[in-house]
Every structure is written in structure tokens, then in C-alpha cells.
Ligand binder design. Structure first.
Ligand SMILES: CC(C)(COP(=O)(O)OP(=O)(O)OC[C@H]1O[C@@H](n2cnc3c(N)ncnc32)[C@H](O)[C@@H]1OP(=O)(O)O)[C@@H](O)C(=O)NCCC(=O)NCCS
Length: 169
């Protein structure tokens, strides 16, 4: 299976929302997806094969205390990522995460993080192959009461990183 990664476009919205609904219990209104797109367009990516969207990743750039010290830093938050079930284990998910990490660092993020259900072995394995580490357990993080792992990773610094509109996030 051959695929390409490209930035999300508004016409991808229905496909992305459908993949999100099919693959994850955490679903959102269209305004949430579009808000992330306007916020950090280079870090909202889709994977496309035969003109079909087969996966997506969307991220937010935030300021907060570093997971690797006590200083404030810009951090990339992987908000949601998913690949259609029939095309998993072929490298699409890790390609999306790698490309999003690169984009987040162009926005000036020094590190990135995500939350993942403790039971989501596929996702945890994917992140571990990309050098994410489990930083801590977020007790009862999900609506159904399941705990999350907070997983983090440092990013490669990018000279001349772009500014980003952060209001509203
Ligand atoms: C997580 C997800 C995006 C991974 O996508 P993917 O395209 O299957 O991932 P990759 O093919 O890039 O996998 C990379 C590596 O991660 C590990 N991995 C991925 N899925 C795995 C699984 N089901 N079991 C064990 N290891 C797994 C493997 O080491 C794999 O490499 P390999 O296939 O060469 O052994 C996909 O499983 C998915 O969409 N899950 C549902 C949505 C979801 O849970 N999103 C994450 C929310 S935090």
C-alpha cells in the first residue's frame, strides 16, 4: 500500500470525522477539528492512498511547564491520531506521528506529549517505537473512568521557528 501525507484541507473534514468516529471513543464537533486546523495547519495532516483519506493526526501548540525540568516551554500536544483499521501495521500511524513532530518543532515546540488509554496497547507500542516515554498516569482521565498514560518526547529544535496564534487554546 502506497500513501502520501499532506496537510489537512477543509474538504477532508467529513473523512477525518468519520475515521475519528470509527476508531476512537473521543469524538468532537466539526468546529473542534477546524479550530485545530486554523491553529496549527502544518500539524494537522492526513494520509491519502488512492485518493482516499486513510488516517489523520491533529495537534495543538501549548505553553506549559516542561516535562523535562521546571521551565516554561512551548509543547506540541498530539490531540488525536487514527488510521483506518484495514490499513494498520503498515507504517501509516508512525509516519503521521513523525511528520507531526517535525511540524510541531517548526512552530517552536521543544517537546511533545499525548494522553493514551492504559489499555491501548497498539497506540502505546506505536509511540514507544518513536521514542516516547510514559511520564505518569493520569487517574480517571477519560469520561468512562479509565486512566491515561501521559507520554512525552523531546523534539529536535528548529532554527527560525514560526510564531503561532495561541489565543483560544
Ligand atoms: C495507533 C495507530 C494510529 C497506529 O497506526 P498504525 O498505522 O497501525 O501504526 P504503525 O503501522 O506505524 O505501527 C508502528 C509500530 O507500532 C507497533 N504497533 C502498532 N500497532 C500495534 C499493535 N496492534 N500491536 C503491537 N504493536 C503495535 C509496532 O511496533 C509497529 O511496527 P511493526 O508493525 O513494524 O511491528 C492505530 O492503531 C489506530 O488508529 N488505532 C485506533 C486509534 C487510536 O487508538 N489512536 C491513538 C489514540 S492515543
Amino acid at each position: 500500500m502506497a500513501w502520501v501525507l499532506r496537510q489537512f484541507e477543509r474538504d477532508d473534514l467529513d473523512s477525518v470525522m468519520e475515521i475519528n468516529r470509527t476508531c476512537l471513543p473521543e469524538n468532537y464537533p466539526d468546529s473542534f477539528f477546524l479550530g485545530l486546523y486554523y491553529h496549527a495547519p502544518k500539524a494537522f495532516l492526513v494520509a491519502v492512498a488512492d485518493s482516499r483519506v486513510i488516517g489523520y493526526i491533529m495537534c495543538r501548540i501549548e505553553r506549559g511547564v516542561s516535562s523535562y525540568g521546571r521551565l516554561p516551554v512551548k509543547k506540541g500536544h498530539i490531540v488525536s491520531v487514527a488510521v483506518v483499521p484495514e490499513i494498520r501495521r503498515q507504517g501509516v500511524g508512525s509516519d503521521l506521528v513523525k511528520a507531526a513532530m517535525n511540524s510541531m518543532s517548526t512552530y517552536g515546540a521543544a517537546e511533545c506529549f499525548l494522553e493514551v488509554r492504559k489499555s491501548n496497547e497498539a497506540a502505546i507500542s506505536t509511540y514507544e517505537t518513536l521514542a516516547f516515554e510514559i511520564k505518569r498516569v493520569l487517574k480517571g482521565y477519560y469520561r468512562d473512568g479509565e486512566d491515561a498514560y501521559l507520554m512525552t518526547r523531546k523534539l529536535e529544535p528548529q532554527p527560525g521557528a514560526e510564531a503561532i496564534v495561541e489565543e483560544g487554546y
